[in-house]
Design a protein around this ligand. Structure first.
Ligand SMILES: [Zn+2]
Ligand SMILES: [Zn+2]
Length: 304
């Protein structure tokens, strides 16, 4: 089979799977929807459902229609949980939360970017690849969701989502979280990793399923990113839904994730490869100098 035929076939398979309802089943009561290039997830709960991530700004209509098609007219989630606050995950969060009159939940260390206190560290497109080229045009500003956004309890449990544990998986962002259901080993990993190669232009079309690095230009602490991937691999999930790429559901999912974690490699070059951006509850404190090439810590205080 030629490379071109393979690409066409893989693209068709992806389209057929999701054509029926607009939602793709990941596990019992867990459904994936794709908004241009990013995923959001509906998770069934005793009270209806919760929404994990909200896609891009202006994608609220598509998500609302998906909810109504799947759960019935006028149905709505009981909460929104954000894996992190990047524009492609939190873009429609406020509009949806206002329309549905529900809470948005995020991790304590993500709150500065959702309450108007801080922007994210600058993205770094210098490592090259498809996502890096596109990232030049993406915003990094924070949002202000005011009283709509609430901190996830330290217990990692949210009343609206029984049976699920929220895990702090920093690296891509400081307050990034993943969601874990032990009963059937289902993992929603946000941008802690990807299930397609975001650096490849071909994969932007085929979405070939494979475990890959988190979106590199926006990942600002690669040591933490590695530890988070190792933590997730140790869970040995049966199915994994990520922010980018189609969900991984094959019998060899846990093995493939282990293999990815063992071979985890940050980009060969890049602003944050050797030194992380530093952030706390108030937001970004310091970022490495723009073209740092050694492992020597060379932080430029944002205020200087
Ligand atoms: Zn992200
Ligand atoms: Zn993303």
């Amino acid at each position: 089979m030629t490379q071109f035929s393979k690409i066409v076939l893989e693209t068709q398979e992806t389209k057929e799977e999701s054509a029926a309802s607009g939602l793709t089943k990941v596990a019992d009561g867990v459904f994936h929807t794709k908004i241009i290039f990013v995923g959001a997830y509906f998770v069934d709960t005793p009270d209806g459902c919760v929404l994990i991530d909200t896609g891009l700004p202006l994608s609220g209509g598509k998500i609302r229609r998906a909810a109504e098609n799947h759960y019935g007219a006028n149905s709505k989630p009981s909460a929104i949980i954000l894996t992190h606050g990047h524009f492609d995950h939190a873009g429609a969060a406020l509009a949806l939360a206002e329309q549905w009159n529900i809470h948005i939940y995020a991790h304590r260390l993500e709150m500065p970017y959702l309450t108007g206190k801080s922007d994210y560290p600058p993205q770094d497109p210098t490592m090259g690849g498809a996502i890096a080229q596109m990232a030049r045009f993406f915003p990094r500003g924070g949002y202000d969701f005011g009283s709509r956004v609430h901190q996830i309890p330290e217990s990692g449990r949210i009343a609206e989502m029984p049976g699920w544990k929220i895990l702090h998986t920093p690296g891509h962002t400081a307050g990034h979280i993943s969601l874990w259901r032990e009963s059937d080993k289902t993992l929603l990993a946000g941008d802690a990793l990807a299930t397609m190669n975001l650096d490849s232009w071909t994969s932007q079309i085929t979405e070939k399923r494979e475990f890959c690095n988190p979106p590199a230009p926006f990942t600002t602490d690669w040591q933490s990113a590695r530890r988070s991937v190792e933590l997730l691999a140790d869970l040995e999930p049966n199915q994994v839904g990520a922010g980018h790429g189609q969900p991984m559901t094959g019998a060899d999912t846990a093995r493939r994730l282990k293999e990815f974690a063992c071979n985890f490699a940050p980009p060969r070059k890049g602003r944050y490869v050797n030194n992380p951006a530093i952030a706390d509850e108030s937001g970004v404190i310091a970022v490495p100098r723009r073209f740092a090439t050694t492992s020597k810590l060379s932080l430029a205080l944002l205020s200087s």
